[in-house]
Design a protein around this ligand. Structure first.
Ligand SMILES: NC(=O)C1=CN([C@@H]2O[C@H](COP(=O)(O)OP(=O)(O)OC[C@H]3O[C@@H](n4cnc5c(N)ncnc54)[C@H](O)[C@@H]3O)[C@@H](O)[C@H]2O)C=CC1
Ligand SMILES: Nc1nc(O)c(N)c(N[C@@H]2O[C@H](COP(=O)(O)O)[C@@H](O)[C@H]2O)n1
Length: 220
């Protein structure tokens, strides 16, 4: 495989592995944990989320919980180019790359032009859905050598399935959300057998606020 950025996957989840409640309330991390996450943000070249997260959370994806003179590049994986033009991730606080497919129609080409005029970079790879392996190679060539992957569950699945995640850190809040339709840390279709699944090596764990942080290396 061509060179790729080092990818750290981070989420805040309930004890039952949910990223949000069935009504999409995703206020899981305590303040101490958000500060921990922003320290990671300040030390990576890129922060990546899926369009589902942008549509539901309208995140800023900047370093705003701690002082930092640098904001990483924001990367949104958005196969069908659903990003609203007023999304906060498109503001001027940091550079933004939208990764979309090579699929084309008149409306999509118009939107790409508007995004480019706004100063947003659009990268195209894959058909039907974004080719995440190719995307990683493209981002590496652009100088993005490390990425904090901040979800959601669909993009996390895509990244784990393709073997693109190197490190995992999760904050587990002592809460149970329940709900079979509530988003989980890793959604998608899932691995069929334990043999196929992603294996992790526990590196560190500690109590933070009322929850716990777990840190793993992905076994390759
Ligand atoms: N508690 C936490 O730490 C976090 C919670 N969330 C929650 O997660 C939920 C959003 O998650 P999802 O709806 O799953 O959306 P998502 O953020 O995972 O985005 C999914 C989108 O990724 C795009 N995509 C393109 N190529 C792909 C590929 N090859 N593989 C996978 N995805 C690809 C598709 O356009 C797809 O619709 C929200 O409820 C949000 O609040 C999100 C991030 C962190
Ligand atoms: N670490 C963590 N804990 C939670 O409880 C969360 N809900 C999230 N969400 C992620 O952070 C993004 C919000 O970023 P901004 O503060 O707007 O910069 C959100 O979109 C999720 O990716 N993370």
């Amino acid at each position: 495989m061509t060179k790729k950025p080092y990818v750290i996957s981070n989420v805040g989840m309930s004890l039952d592995g949910k990223l949000a409640t069935v009504n999409n309330d995703s206020r899981i991390s305590c303040e101490e944990d958000l500060i921990r996450v922003h320290k990671i943000r300040a030390n990576v070249d890129g922060i990546m989320v899926g369009i589902g997260t942008v549509l539901k959370d309208d995140p800023r994806l900047t370093v705003h919980k701690i002082k930092s003179d640098k904001n990483p590049v924001r990367i949104v994986v958005d196969s069908k180019l659903r990003i609203p033009l007023n999304a906060r991730v498109l503001n001027k606080e940091a550079k933004t790359i939208i990764a979309t497919t090579e699929d084309s129609d008149e409306e999509k080409e118009k939107k790409i032009k508007i995004l480019k005029d706004m100063g947003v970079e659009v990268v195209r790879c894959g058909k039907g859905k974004v080719d995440l392996k190719k995307l990683m190679g493209i981002l590496y060539e652009k100088g993005i050598k490390s990425i904090l992957l901040e979800g959601g569950g669909t993009l996390n699945w895509g990244m784990f399935k393709e073997g693109l995640v190197d490190e995992v850190s999760v904050y587990i809040a002592p809460k149970i959300f329940g709900g079979k339709d509530a988003p989980t840390y890793v959604d998608g279709e899932g691995f069929k057998t334990v043999d196929e699944c992603v294996k992790l090596e526990l590196k560190n764990f500690y109590k933070l606020g009322e929850g716990i942080v777990l840190e793993f290396k992905v076994k390759k």
